[in-house]
Design a protein around this ligand. Structure first.
Ligand code: SGN
Ligand code: CA
Length: 522
């Protein structure tokens, strides 16, 4: 049925090409082809390891993969600062954190500054954002906004719709998708091209699955990452973190073992928070939840694992919940892609899928992100441009590049002060981004939850140099070709002198280029 409707739409739009004066009966969109629509889908904490276009070990994500199959898979995509608010600010402005001012999650986004939605809106686009926002100040540059409050809840979340608070029943990923389709279908002005930011809360901690996905992956076991029991030798900052599955992931809050008897106690304040999340569900949601987790709790009590068996139990449980949440995301991505096809909008819409950063799936023994190490510095990035290149792009790209890309796709001049580079050449299959031979990274949020020290660094296609500073002064150097898991810090080792000098020079150059000289002297 869907295909039939789709074919009809395509025939109509083809037959209308070049006949602008004909009545547009049956054609729902009157967008000029030069003004491409933009659908920017982003999840929160979605690891590239759990997208089958990138990695087939854990899960199949057929719908997200549809974007990759007909578009570009960026094989070397990175963020500028691996944390939600900062990452979003980098994307909106096309500038690094120090320049846009949103350096960590305690900040408030300066909404008066230049952003790509504002520039698109000025150029005649209809703009909207639905779902997670996380920038504290109200969205500006949007004709319509319907955002979660703060991190938002998985179940029955509160939204702020154009300034008015609304509570919605259901599961966040489904609701956010409904809001996106609802806006596309009946709220936006169809005379204009659109730019829609569809930003999910999922799969952010505490990885709460939709009730229909609870039984998935129940029997799945996962091979432990080789460096699961990392001892962080030669990496002082890595040793100081508080994001380990063994020590910091909690049974009730993170792993949903809120037993009715109250026998499971981790002694952490988070126990109470975990029980509160459960209390926010309605009775039908609780019944479905109990039907699954009561069995898990009973089994856990029977096994009563300790030591490494407990740590590995936690890892498996974490992976199962995380993958269930990804299943719901993938299904909902499919719904939006289907909608675009049904309406013939796929012919004139750039579709983007990304995450605000990568995430650890047990590598180094961790969950969470923040570090400049590969799993959290990288982020998935797929872009499908109608008529564009299909395949993999290996160039180093970063989330400050999205803003100039969207502007260029829309035919809007990219302002001089934007620090990112447009990826349009790569979307067209041209293999070059001018002047990009290394990426800069800067993480600021310390002291804070998870205790990842402040650091900045530079990455080329082969090497990475990191400087941890503030209450520590440690350098790390990795040869990613020989040590892709970053276990062997070769900083200060014989034979690395020349390389270190070059990378420090590059780091200083990038800091100057991105206006951080003042920061260096602080
Ligand atoms: C919350 C989480 C952290 C997470 C931060 C930042 N704790 O504070 O585990 O690192 O968000 O995540 S929780 O107890 O509230 O779940 S971010 O992606 O939004 O930056
Ligand atoms: Ca995040």
């Amino acid at each position: 049925m869907r295909n039939v409707k789709n074919k009809i739409q395509k025939v109509i739009s083809l037959s209308l090409a070049g006949t602008a004066l004909l009545p547009l009966a049956g054609c729902r969109d009157k967008v000029e082809t030069s003004k491409m629509n933009i659908l920017f889908i982003m999840c929160d904490d979605h690891s590239y390891q759990t997208i089958s276009a990138y990695d087939t070990r854990f899960i199949s994500t057929p719908n997200i993969d549809r974007i990759a199959a007909d578009g570009v898979k960026f094989a070397n995509s990175f963020v500028a600062n691996s944390l939600s608010g900062p990452s979003r600010a980098c994307m909106l402005t096309g500038k690094h954190s120090y320049t846009n001012g949103f350096t960590d999650n305690t900040r408030r986004f300066d909404a008066s500054q230049q952003t790509f939605p504002k520039l698109l809106q000025k150029a005649g686009y209809e703009t909207a954002v639905v779902g997670k926002w996380h920038l504290v100040s109200e969205p500006t540059g949007f004709d319509h906004w319907d955002i979660l409050i703060g991190q938002g809840d998985y179940y029955n979340p509160q939204f702020i719709c154009n300034g008015k608070q609304v509570q919605r029943q259901g599961y966040a990923t489904n609701i956010t998708t409904d809001l996106a389709i609802g806006w596309l279908d009946s709220i936006r002005n169809k005379e204009k091209p659109f730019c829609l930011l569809l930003h999910h809360k999922a799969p952010h901690r505490t990885w709460m699955p939709d009730t229909c996905d609870l039984e998935l992956f129940s029997d799945a076991t996962f091979p432990l990452p080789e460096n699961f029991y990392d001892n962080y030798e030669g990496r002082e900052a890595a040793a100081a973190q508080e994001m380990s599955i063994e020590h910091d992931m909690t049974l009730i809050y993170d792993l949903k073992l809120a037993d009715k008897e109250g026998e499971i106690v981790t002694g952490k304040m988070l126990d109470e928070a975990g029980r509160r999340l459960y209390e926010k569900m309605d009775s039908a949601q609780k019944a479905a939840w109990d039907a699954h987790y009561d069995k898990v709790i009973a089994d856990f009590k029977k096994q009563n694992p300790t030591g490494e068996a407990l740590t590995e139990w936690k890892y498996r449980q974490y992976m199962r919940d995380y993958l269930r949440v990804i299943t719901s995301i993938d299904r909902n991505v499919g719904r939006v892609l289907d909608y675009l096809e049904e309406e013939g909008l796929d012919e004139n819409t750039l579709v983007v899928y990304t995450s605000d950063q990568g995430f650890y799936m047990g590598e180094h023994g961790w969950f969470d992100k923040r570090f400049m190490y590969e799993e959290s510095f990288r982020t998935p990035l797929l872009m499908r441009m109608p008529g564009g290149f299909k395949g993999s792009a290996d160039e180093l790209v970063q989330n400050i590049d999205y803003a100039p890309t969207f502007l260029e796709v829309a035919g809007v001049e990219v302002p001089e002060d934007i620090q990112g580079r447009s990826l349009l050449p790569l979307l067209k299959g041209e293999k070059e981004i001018e002047g990009r031979d290394a990426l800069y990274y800067h993480f600021f949020e310390y002291p804070a939850e998870h205790m990842v020290k402040r650091h900045n660094g530079v990455r080329t296609d082969r090497y990475k140099l990191i400087h941890f500073y503030n209450d520590i002064d440690c350098w790390e150097l990795y040869d990613l070709e020989n040590d892709p898991s970053e276990m062997n810090n070769i900083y200060g080792k014989e034979g690395t002198e020349e390389l270190t000098v070059q990378l420090k020079k590059k780091l200083a150059e990038l800091q100057t280029m991105y206006g951080e000289e003042t920061f260096i002297s602080e």
